[in-house]
Ligand binder design. Structure first.
Ligand SMILES: NC(=O)c1ccc[n+]([C@@H]2O[C@H](COP(=O)([O-])OP(=O)(O)OC[C@H]3O[C@@H](n4cnc5c(N)ncnc54)[C@H](OP(=O)(O)O)[C@@H]3O)[C@@H](O)[C@H]2O)c1
Length: 318
């Protein structure tokens, strides 16, 4: 099986490199080889490599900047997947595309006012440009009629790139006090786990001979997420606690303070509820879903001991 993999400089794309089946022949073009803002380059790369499967974790993920850079976000998150889908259709190839909890409004509650996990058939209503462009990408793929899996995930982190985990580690090593939003709920996802689960799904596809039947039975939208519910504040507290236990802070833990999102204004509005039900995914692919704490522990175990050289991390993306 020939797989074209995008975004390998990103968190998930990078992790996918080591979790796809060994039998697959993988082509991972760099941004210089395939700029997703350039339609002709996308078409040329796909037409030359002739993949059986395109895996697209690449995205414009700068959620706040997207409010200003609307055209760029639209080009990478909506137009590029639309072109991939069109080219996949021509080749009869499949497309595995990643999307986000930000396609939802984040206000799903039960009658008692408790947050309810979204299911794939729930109405979408993105609150920000990033979410709108990601939703447009999903819709273009579906309309194209190509074989596809759209995997919506949330709160992605790793030791690579820009993310909340690295930002908290950096700030906890520098500051005496951290003030973190405690009224937005969701599930953190380690890129390594997302890649492992994705690799498992691709393995199943391979075992089944990449047949039309497989795609017509299993194709569609899924939530791909670890289990459990937490807030950014609880997530940050768990990161700091684990780092401290493992001697990876290099100083005493900072004081942790929870604040409402209203005290931390950002250019892009963010959902209060990012919880994603994975029942559909489990039923379709038989995946065992780990809880987010287990994934966090596994990630922290791979953080090198603290040195004077601080981890390079700049801020929360999505
Ligand atoms: N991060 C999150 O918290 C989060 C949450 C929910 C869903 N998701 C979704 O999960 C997927 C993976 O996210 P991630 O966190 O791994 O993303 P990421 O670390 O920001 O990586 C994005 C990748 O896309 C590439 N890219 C962006 N613009 C490009 C262009 N014009 N041409 C070629 N490549 C380009 C980047 O390349 P450069 O490195 O060269 O810029 C990078 O490799 C995305 O679909 C995202 O929407 C992420």
């Amino acid at each position: 099986m020939r797989i074209l993999l995008t975004g390998t400089n990103g968190q998930l794309g990078n992790a996918l490199l080591s979790h796809l089946p060994e039998a697959a022949k993988i082509y991972a073009p760099t941004r210089a080889e395939m700029d997703l803002g350039k339609a002709a380059e996308i078409r040329q790369c796909i037409q030359q490599f002739r993949p059986d499967l395109i895996i697209n974790p690449a995205a414009y993920t700068a959620v706040d900047l997207a409010e200003k850079e609307i055209e760029q976000a639209q080009a990478i998150n909506a137009t590029a997947p639309a072109i991939m889908a069109e080219e996949a259709c021509k080749l009869g190839a499949g497309l595995i595309h990643y999307s986000t909890d930000y396609v939802y409004a984040g206000d799903k509650q039960d009658k008692d006012g408790d947050w309810q996990a979204y299911v794939e058939s729930d109405a979408t209503a993105p609150l920000n440009v990033y979410g709108q462009t990601k939703l447009a990408g999903e819709q273009a793929i579906i309309v194209s009629g190509c074989r596809h899996l759209i995997l919506r995930t949330s709160w992605v982190y790793s030791l690579h790139g820009k993310n909340f985990f690295l930002t908290m580690l950096k700030l906890a090593r520098e500051r005496e006090q951290l003030r973190i939003v405690n009224d937005q709920w969701g599930t953190p996802n380690a890129a390594a786990w997302l890649a492992r689960a994705s690799g498992d799904i691709v393995g199943q596809l391979l075992q089944n001979g990449n047949k039309t039947d497989w795609w017509s039975t299993l194709g569609g939208i899924y939530h791909l997420s670890a289990s459990g519910k937490t807030s950014w504040f609880e997530f940050a507290s768990a990161i700091v606690r684990l780092a401290d236990q493992q001697g990876k802070l290099g100083k005493p833990s900072p004081e942790m303070l929870g604040i409402p999102a209203s005290e931390y204004p950002t250019p892009a509005r963010r959902p209060h509820n990012s919880l994603l039900s994975t029942q559909k995914l489990q039923a379709a692919f038989g995946l065992v879903i780990p809880d987010w704490q287990t994934c966090l522990q596994a990630t922290m175990d791979t953080v090198p001991p603290c040195t004077n050289q601080q981890t390079q991390a700049q801020g929360q993306t999505n």
